[in-house]
Design a protein around this ligand. Structure first.
Ligand code: NDP
Length: 311
């Protein structure tokens, strides 16, 4: 540990949760240092227009919104840095966090805002058309395809919830399920199958999303009959799960069986006093920019109170 720096408040992650925590922590004179991670700005940097974040009556592009979050945190005095947390030692205070495998930060309090990443099918066309009709968030992007034909892949509770959300907006929702049954809870399955404009395709794999600059159709395969078909659509939603970016904290922090960090209800407190978690890394239910920002505020306030107890 040759190169070590000591800080009051270290924030890991730069989505709405991390930047909001930085804004609050800076205003509370905690001199926060924030490391942005691999994808500065987080998941919003891969969406297009955000219309459901309060305060932007005309909507705003996701990447632009995150630049504004960053600028606001900087203006308040947060020290925003490029860099990735690569190891942690939370055995005692000050907590130790390694950055880019080369330097260590010692922190009195740590706020974890590392987010979650959507899982993707892994198709070339899915990657190429991402943001041009391919999306992993129906609540974020469904509205842009109002009164149009769309498809969704996935068979869990999220896929069912998103299919029903889309069914209220779109003419038809084609739902592709790779097996002959869904993983979702019975009640959600029933709702989906009873919704007249959701058409469920069992034993169906997505082969390719077609379209040069935007989604035009999707090629699917019935894996029982080997029959291929092409369905014209304007958008393709992927809802096959998320994985929380919590690997770094394995063995230190309590997490559920999917890796989401567990916080005490109604707070951002983890099982280690002085270590707080906010945003999607601890939330598998809401996953919205505004809820992540709210929890970032909670984490900064919890951290401030914690630092107060040390004085
Ligand atoms: P899940 O892991 O529960 O479901 C993922 C789904 O995606 C599965 O049906 C899986 O298929 C399918 N899938 C995975 N990979 C592929 C692939 N390559 N091609 C096609 N399909 C694929 O994730 P969710 O996001 O739905 O839910 C996460 C957790 O959050 C769950 O515990 C869920 O219950 C909970 N949740 C609860 C809600 C509520 O109660 N209101 C709302 C949303 C989520 P297969 O089944 O074949 O493996």
């Amino acid at each position: 540990m040759s190169d070590t720096e000591k800080v009051h408040c270290l924030i890991i992650g730069s989505g709405p949760a991390g930047y909001t925590a930085a804004i609050y922590a800076a205003r509370a004179n905690m001199h926060p240092v924030l490391y942005q991670g691999l994808q500065p700005g987080g998941q919003l940097t891969i969406t297009t227009e955000v219309e459901n974040y309060p305060g932007y009556p005309n909507g705003i592009m996701g990447p632009e919104m995150m630049v504004e979050f960053e600028q606001q945190a900087q203006r308040m005095g947060a020290d925003i840095r490029w860099g990735l947390a690569t190891k942690v030692d939370l055995s005692q205070r000050p907590f130790k966090v390694e950055i880019d495998e080369e330097k260590w930060i010692e922190a009195d309090t740590v706020i974890i805002a590392t987010g979650a990443s959507a899982k993707w099918l892994g198709l070339e066309s899915e990657d190429r058309l991402n943001g041009h009709g391919v999306s992993a968030c129906a609540v974020c992007d469904g509205f842009f395809f109002k009164n149009q034909e769309v498809a969704i892949v996935g068979a869990g509770d999220t896929a069912c919830e998103e299919a029903m959300y889309l069914a209220k907006l779109c003419t038809n929702v084609h739902m592709f399920i790779r097996r002959s049954e869904m993983r979702a809870s019975k009640v959600m399955q029933e709702r989906v199958t009873k919704t007249p404009n959701i058409k469920v395709y069992w034993n169906t794999d997505t082969l390719e999303i077609l379209g040069e600059h935007k989604v035009e159709s999707v090629k699917i395969l019935n894996n029982k009959t080997n029959e291929e078909s092409i369905i014209p659509i304007k958008a393709f939603f992927v809802a096959i799960g998320h994985h929380p970016n919590s690997d770094l904290f394995k063995g230190w922090l309590d997490m559920d069986d999917q890796g989401y960090l567990i916080t005490q209800p109604g707070t951002s407190k983890t099982n280690i006093p002085g270590v707080f978690a906010c945003g999607d890394v601890q939330d598998k239910n809401y996953r919205q920019a505004v809820t992540a920002a709210g929890s970032g505020c909670m984490a900064a306030l919890d951290a401030e109170r914690y630092l107060g107890t040390l004085e």
